[in-house]
Design a protein around this ligand. Structure first.
Ligand code: ADP
Ligand code: GLC
Length: 476
């Protein structure tokens, strides 16, 4: 079984969030399922410079306003098609936005081009890799199923995975004539969405199947509260929608061998964990005692960290210490930084993106806080479980599906792995923190929680089987 994956970011080549982790890890996990996956991604500078000895596959003389080359390459165990289109991708900074923090003005063209080439490959244009299935991710690849359906000759069946329905790739209808789709595609059956063009909508309407990254989120997005305008379409396509939980790459996230850690540990030998904790305290300048509550996050409305900014004084007065790593919206960055400055030695905020530091935090923290308003899956809680850091999470999406609340019953049957709170309020949040502290102050019970967490299966093994089964069904 050959599957073409189309994604706008792939770890370790280029990453802004969990999509990259998934697009980078799933192909490796699928090998054991007998699936050969190749990934098409844009040739951003970081991607082009990381390739060694790419081979030339094809030239597109005019791909959305310029000449482009399709390259084939391997990076570690990943098999890639890289779309080298300098007029679209060769620019500095963030892959989606310019230095002014605004989306690149030509994002519609940039990701239509990616999608168009995805469909071209999906029709078997390259003899060496004729896919049985095309699996596309998020709005950036959302037009691929539309090109496959409306572009004449029928190609491979397509599957779209929604990693985050908040990002829809919505553009003015003025872009439509440039997409190369027939006029009939500008309809509610395809790209048209309230008079605009929506790439995600096109993918959801035209694909043969839809998945999202947790069963809870699959249910949530069919409701008005979480569907962000697409719930009606998703209910309509409900028979073709399912939730498959993400896993993490357990070789990259392995406390017994992690290259970013000063000391290693495992369930059987935990002493290295204390040493990582000490390293974390010194890195963040944390003094005294009390659980180290960590945050590793994009700082956006989704992640709910305004709740933390509001509650930080209380958190510290209850005895917690905070180590936060994140970047994103300016106002949120400022409010968190300012709140932390009121508590020198007890709360510390690092603004930025730092992969090695994220690993140290997972290894040395006691708790990870994820108070998201919505969370399609979430990966940081999975890494945390593997490293014995206890998640305190809002009960939404994948956080609901991956964390077992350590309530009385769960503790008695020995299965709790974290703390959940429902209802996005300061009161509920602090209540969960209090429940966490009660157990933290009882080291014997806390140890059980850590053991349960570290025993959780956060790998791709189960979910890769689900994807493989879905590919089989679609191919048949
Ligand atoms: P999302 O994709 O919504 O941002 P996920 O939890 O699925 O959330 O994935 C986030 C990924 O990005 C994780 O691998 C996490 O470790 C990483 N990450 C987020 N913020 C940072 C940061 N500031 N520095 C380093 N890694 C980060
Ligand atoms: C998105 C979601 C996150 C999910 C990730 C990978 O960025 O916000 O919840 O884990 O995609 O699927």
């Amino acid at each position: 079984m050959k599957v073409l994956s189309v994604a706008s970011e792939v770890f370790p080549l280029i990453k802004t969030g969990g999509l990259a982790d998934v697009a980078g890890a799933l192909p490796l996990a699928l090998v054991a399922q007998g699936v050969e996956m190749r990934t098409l991604l844009p040739g951003y500078p970081a991607v082009i410079s990381a390739l060694s000895g790419p081979s030339f596959v094809h030239t597109f003389e005019n791909l959305f306003g310029g000449r482009a080359h399709l390259l084939a390459a391997r990076h570690g165990a990943l098999a890639l098609f890289v779309l080298d289109a300098p007029h679209l991708y060769n620019r500095p900074g963030n892959i989606y936005s310019g230095a002014d923090n605004l989306d690149w003005a030509d994002n519609a063209e940039r990701f239509a081009a990616l999608s168009w080439v995805g469909a071209w490959l999906g029709r078997g244009a390259v003899a060496a890799f004729q896919p049985d299935i095309v699996h596309v991710h998020d709005w950036q690849a959302g037009l691929t199923p539309a090109y496959l359906r409306f572009g004449g000759e029928r190609g491979a069946p397509s599957l779209i995975t929604i990693h985050n329905i908040a990002f829809q790739g919505r553009f003015s209808p003025a872009i439509f004539p440039r997409l190369g789709l027939p006029d009939t595609a500008f309809s509610s059956e395809c790209v048209e969405f309230y008079g605009d063009v929506s790439y995600l909508k096109a993918g959801l309407a035209c694909s043969d199947a839809i998945t999202t990254v947790s069963p809870s989120y699959a249910r949530e997005i069919m409701t008005e509260a979480f569907g962000m305008g697409l719930d009606g379409l998703l209910r309509h396509r409900g028979a073709h929608l399912s939730g498959i939980l993400n896993g993490i790459d357990t070789t990259i996230w392995d406390p017994a061998a992690d290259e970013h850690l000063p000391h290693h540990f495992s369930q059987r030998k935990m002493s290295g964990r204390a040493a990582c904790r000490a390293a974390l305290e010194s890195r963040f300048g944390l003094l005294g005692t009390g659980p180290i509550v960590t945050v590793i996050s994009r700082l956006t409305h989704q992640k709910g960290l305004d709740l933390l900014a509001e509650s930080l004084d209380e958190l510290v007065s209850l005895g917690c210490r905070l180590a936060l790593l994140g970047s994103g919206e300016r106002t949120l960055e400022e409010s968190l930084k300012n709140a932390s400055l009121r508590h020198p030695g007890r709360a510390s905020v690092v603004l930025g993106y730092d992969e090695p530091l994220a690993h140290l935090m997972q290894a040395g923290g006691d708790v990870i806080l994820i108070p998201s308003r919505f969370e399609p899956c979430g990966l940081t809680q999975l890494c945390a479980l593997r490293y014995g850091t206890i998640p305190v999470v809002s009960r939404v999406g994948g956080l609901n599906d991956t964390i077992i609340d350590a309530n009385e019953a769960a503790l008695q049957s020995g299965v709790g792995t974290g703390f959940q709170f429902t209802g996005f309020s300061r009161h509920e949040f602090i209540d969960a923190i209090r429940r966490m502290l009660e157990i933290y102050n009882n080291p014997d019970v806390w140890k059980i929680l850590v053991r349960n967490a570290m025993k959780s299966d956060v790998s791709w093994s189960r979910s890769s089987g689900r994807y493989a089964a879905l590919y089989q069904t679609l191919a048949a």
